[in-house]
Design a protein around this ligand. Structure first.
Ligand code: GLN
Length: 242
């Protein structure tokens, strides 16, 4: 088996080590004998790379970087929409998550257009929401906890399934107690860290979904890996901050 992982604009969308998510997905695939090809979709890249994607990552970015990249992503909107509707796995972090919505209105009231693939708007208001975050995910995985770090000015409100319930931290807006978003095989979240190395169950969920879609499998038997170190990190965050 083989999967294609596409990292969108890694030179711009890479806050707090979001690239670590790619390394994690690649390693966990290879450790199971699955060939994992990683493509960096940089400015001017060939759209063919995206067409064959099984997993797409959109990392986080500062407001300035977001506005640069949004304008380039707009031309790919139709293609990304088709891929999402077809069940391609997408991990969109913070600035990348906001980009899935209609717009991000920054702290100066400037409107940065989003791809409007999903129906929501994000608005920066008040103080930035910064710190360690722990959620209980709505995904069918074990453990249910997901740990990470958030730093965003934007507040996101939506009616989609959330990625999880906030146990510690702020999440989508610091008010309604929800974090992130799930739509088909898209995970939108404010969790940096990077997210996946400390949450290997989420990485495996993504790889499994990608393979099941690609090879039309129902319930793929997935080889277990030794995650002692990964869960030491995961549980340490819970001990310290929950
Ligand atoms: N610039 C956005 C905000 O502050 C996203 C930040 C991020 O990706 N960490 O809300």
């Amino acid at each position: 088996m083989e999967i294609n992982i596409v990292n969108m604009f890694p030179e711009v969308l890479n806050l707090y080590g979001d690239r670590g998510n790619i390394i994690c997905l690649q390693k966990r695939s290879v450790w199971r004998g699955i060939k994992a090809n990683v493509f960096e979709y940089t400015l001017g890249a060939n759209q063919e790379i995206l067409k064959d994607a099984d997993i797409i990552l959109l990392g986080g970015a500062s407001d300035r970087e977001q506005s640069i990249v949004y304008s380039h992503l707009l031309s790919l909107r139709g293609l990304i929409k088709d891929l999402i509707e077809d069940g391609v796995v997408v991990l969109a972090i913070c600035g990348g998550y906001q980009l899935l919505g209609e717009a991000y209105i920054d702290a100066n009231g400037r409107v940065i257009k989003g791809l409007h693939l999903l129906d929501f708007v994000t608005k920066a208001e008040g103080k930035r929401l910064i710190g360690n975050i722990i959620i209980e995910t709505s995904l069918d995985v074990f453990p249910k906890t997901v740990v990470g770090y958030e730093n965003h000015g934007g507040r996101t409100y939506h009616n989609y399934q959330p990625f999880g319930k906030v146990l510690k931290g702020y999440g989508n807006n610091g008010k309604d107690g929800f974090e992130g978003l799930i739509y088909k095989n898209v995970i939108g979240t404010y969790l940096h860290g990077p997210l996946l190395p400390k949450n290997p169950h989420i990485a495996d969920f993504m790889i499994k979904k990608a393979l099941e879609r690609k090879y039309t499998l129902d319930n793929l038997e997935f080889q277990k890996l030794d995650d002692t170190l990964e869960y030491l990190a995961h549980n340490r965050v819970k001990e310290l901050y929950m």
